[in-house]
Design a protein around this ligand. Structure first.
Ligand code: GLY
Length: 311
C-alpha cells in the first residue's frame, strides 16, 4: 500500500503543506491538489500563476487551468479566464457541475460568477507597471477595439523584438501538482497565466487534457510546463501515461516524451509524473530538474532530483 503523497513543481514547494494536511486527515487527492494549487494561485510573488501572473499583450492577465480525476477520468478546464483568482477551482466546478470539459474567456467568467465565485483582482504593482509600459504613449489605443487590432497586427507583422525591448523579458511559469490518496485515487492539477506578453486569447497546454495534464489510476499521472505549443502538438502528458501503460518505467516514459520534443524543435518543456507504485520523477530538457514531495508522515517538503534529458 502506497502512503498518500503529493508532489509539485519548484514553485509549489511551500504550498504542498496545504495538500499534505488534507491527505493526513484522510482527504481526497482532488481536495489536496486543489488546496495546494489555490495557495500558489494566491501568491502574488509567483509571476506565472494566478495573482501577479504576467499579462498578455494588452496588459491583461488571462489564466488557464485544468484538473483531472484518475479514477473516473473526469476532468474540467478553463482557458483565457480573467478576473478570477482560483482558476483551478473554476475548472473543478466545470467538471462537477457541467457536462463539459473546457470553458473559455467570458463564458468561463460568467459560469464562475453564476456558481458563486467572487470577482478577483489578478493585478499587482508589477503587472500594473507592465501594462503601463505596454501602453506608454499610446494609452487610448487600447480602449478602441479597432486600435487593439492594430496593436496586435504590429506585434505580429513587425519585429517582435521591438515590443520586447520596451518590456521586461519573456516569462513562463506554470504550477503542476499531483497526488495519490489512501484509496489509491490520483489527481493532477495545472494552473498558469501562460506565456508572458502572449497574444490575447493564446491558450497553452495547461487546460488541454492530454497535453499539459493527464492521469489514470491504473497507470500514472503526468503534467507539463514550458512551451505549451509543443506539449499540445505531442499530447505529452497523455503520451507519458500511455508509455507507462505499455510497460515503460517512469524514467523511460518521461525520457521518451522529452526526446520526442527534442526531435521537433529547439524550444523546451519539462514534465512531472508518478506511477501507481508511488515512484515520482521530474524531467527537464535544459538542466538539472527538481520537484518536491510530501507524504502523510512528512514534516516538510522534500526536494527530489529529477532527470536532465539531452537530445
Ligand atoms: N505551459 C504553459 C503554457 O504554455 O502556457
Amino acid at each position: 500500500m502506497v502512503k498518500p503523497f503529493i508532489i509539485g513543481t519548484r514553485n509549489a514547494k511551500d504550498m504542498l503543506v496545504k495538500g499534505a494536511e488534507i491527505l493526513k486527515r484522510g482527504g481526497s487527492a482532488m481536495d489536496a491538489v486543489e488546496a495546494a494549487v489555490n495557495a500558489v494561485e494566491e501568491n502574488p510573488l509567483d509571476r506565472g500563476v494566478g495573482v501577479g501572473g504576467t499579462p498578455n499583450l494588452l496588459g491583461v492577465t488571462q489564466l488557464d487551468a485544468s484538473i483531472m480525476d484518475g479514477r473516473t477520468l473526469r476532468t474540467g478546464a478553463v482557458a483565457a479566464l480573467e478576473n478570477l483568482v482560483n482558476a483551478i477551482s473554476v475548472a473543478r466546478k466545470v467538471m462537477e457541475l457541467t457536462p463539459h470539459v473546457l470553458l473559455v474567456g467570458p463564458g468561463a467568467e460568467m459560469f464562475a460568477k453564476a456558481v458563486g465565485f467572487k470577482k478577483g483582482d489578478l493585478s499587482t504593482e508589477r503587472t500594473r507597471k507592465i501594462r503601463e509600459a505596454m501602453t506608454t504613449g499610446d494609452a487610448e489605443m487600447l480602449d478602441d477595439p479597432a486600435e487593439k487590432e492594430r496593436f496586435i497586427r504590429m506585434w505580429i507583422e513587425e519585429d517582435r523584438g521591438k515590443w520586447y525591448s520596451k518590456m521586461t523579458e519573456e516569462e513562463w511559469g506554470t504550477v503542476n501538482i499531483m497526488a495519490m490518496d489512501a484509496r489509491g485515487d490520483m489527481c493532477v492539477g495545472v494552473s498558469t497565466s501562460g506565456l508572458g506578453y502572449k497574444l490575447p486569447g493564446r491558450v497553452g497546454d495547461s487546460p488541454y487534457i492530454g497535453a499539459g495534464n493527464y492521469c489514470d489510476n491504473r497507470f500514472g499521472s503526468a503534467a507539463c510546463t514550458g512551451t505549451g505549443e509543443l506539449a499540445i502538438r505531442l499530447s505529452s502528458a497523455r503520451m507519458i501515461v500511455s508509455y507507462l501503460e505499455n510497460g515503460m518505467s517512469l524514467e523511460k516514459a518521461v525520457t521518451k516524451a522529452l526526446k520526442d520534443v527534442h526531435a521537433l524543435e529547439d524550444k523546451t518543456i519539462s514534465c512531472l509524473a508518478f506511477d501507481p507504485e508511488g515512484n515520482t520523477i521530474s524531467g527537464s530538457m535544459t538542466g538539472e530538474s527538481i520537484h518536491y514531495y510530501m507524504d502523510v508522515d512528512s514534516e516538510g517538503p522534500e526536494e527530489r532530483k529529477g532527470i536532465w534529458v539531452k537530445p
